[in-house]
Design a protein around this ligand. Structure first.
Ligand SMILES: Nc1ncnc2c1ncn2[C@@H]1O[C@H](COP(=O)(O)OP(=O)(O)OP(=O)(O)O)[C@@H](O)[C@H]1O
Ligand SMILES: Nc1ccn([C@H]2C[C@H](O)[C@@H](COP(=O)(O)O)O2)c(=O)n1
Length: 232
């Protein structure tokens, strides 16, 4: 690969199940950089709120929890860790209980301001230490890192996204499994899109549609955009 300028930031957004996390991790590994899963930060806050019995109907209480959240994000793309107050929550934050509640937390404006502040600091630190930071989420290309030299909107049809998530969570993509997955993909995207714009590529953001690509093809499509930016 052409050698990359450093520090270098690759920002990737997209809807649920588009492949942001898995593709971003593979891209970060391929370029030898670090990785930031910003969705995991909102999930960690949701975990903390449930653990501390914070009322999820109370935006001020959620905002207070965000401001005092003792969060540590690991940046190794092969094993991205998430700790809250020293507790490893990487697995717990993937539960359906968190997935069904995280949008309630992530749509509180003061929470977003605090998380975006932390994300900018983390991206800067990871890029400085590791040369490249691949950061993914819903508002990285538009709000958190709008000046990143590579900004990609990873998309896929709703059908493809439901099938992928259904296979991942239920090990099947029949009608029942797809129906059980709908809340985690369609309803969550509807709620999340009230505060972030991740369905249409903003000016200067490259859209990569993975509907008809397999996983390796999606990684290669993103790396092609990255190589073009390095060469320019
Ligand atoms: N191009 C692809 N073809 C087939 N499967 C894929 C592709 N990209 C990702 N997957 C699979 O789809 C599933 C969902 O991917 P992933 O978790 O990376 O999506 P995501 O966009 O980060 O979703 P979320 O925002 O809900 O966390 C994973 O099991 C992943 O391996
Ligand atoms: N930059 C981001 C990243 C994530 N979110 C919200 C939206 C999701 O429902 C939730 C969890 O994200 P996931 O792990 O599914 O990618 O966090 C956001 O609002 N902004």
């Amino acid at each position: 690969m052409t050698s990359q300028p450093t520090p270098f930031v690759i920002a990737i957004d997209g809807p649920s199940g588009s492949g942001k996390s898995s593709v971003s991790r593979a891209v970060a590994s391929s370029v030898g950089g670090g990785y930031l899963d910003t969705g995991a930060m909102y999930r960690a806050l949701t975990w903390r709120c449930l653990h501390d019995e914070v009322d999820l109907q109370d935006p001020e209480a959620i905002s207070a929890a965000a401001l005092s959240l003792p969060l540590e994000m690991g940046d190794d793309p092969s094993a991205p860790s998430v700790h809250v107050g020293g507790t490893d929550v990487a697995e717990a934050i993937r539960s359906s209980g968190i997935s069904s509640r995280v949008s309630r937390v992530a749509t509180v404006p003061a929470v977003r301001t605090e998380m975006q502040r932390r994300q900018r600091a983390l991206i800067e630190d990871i890029a400085a230490r590791r040369g490249t930071c691949v950061a993914e989420g819903r508002d990285i290309t538009t709000v958190v890192a709008p000046d990143a030299p590579v900004r990609i909107l990873l998309t896929a049809s709703q059908e493809a996204r439901l099938r992928r998530r259904s296979l991942e969570v239920h090990g099947a993509s029949d009608e029942a499994a797809i129906a059980a997955t709908r809340d985690q993909v369609v309803r969550r995207d509807q709620d999340d899109s009230t505060v972030s714009q991740f369905t249409v590529a903003a000016d200067g953001v490259v859209a990569v549609d993975t509907s008809d690509l397999d996983f390796d093809g999606s990684v290669e499509a993103v790396l092609t955009v990255v190589r073009a930016a390095w060469a320019s």
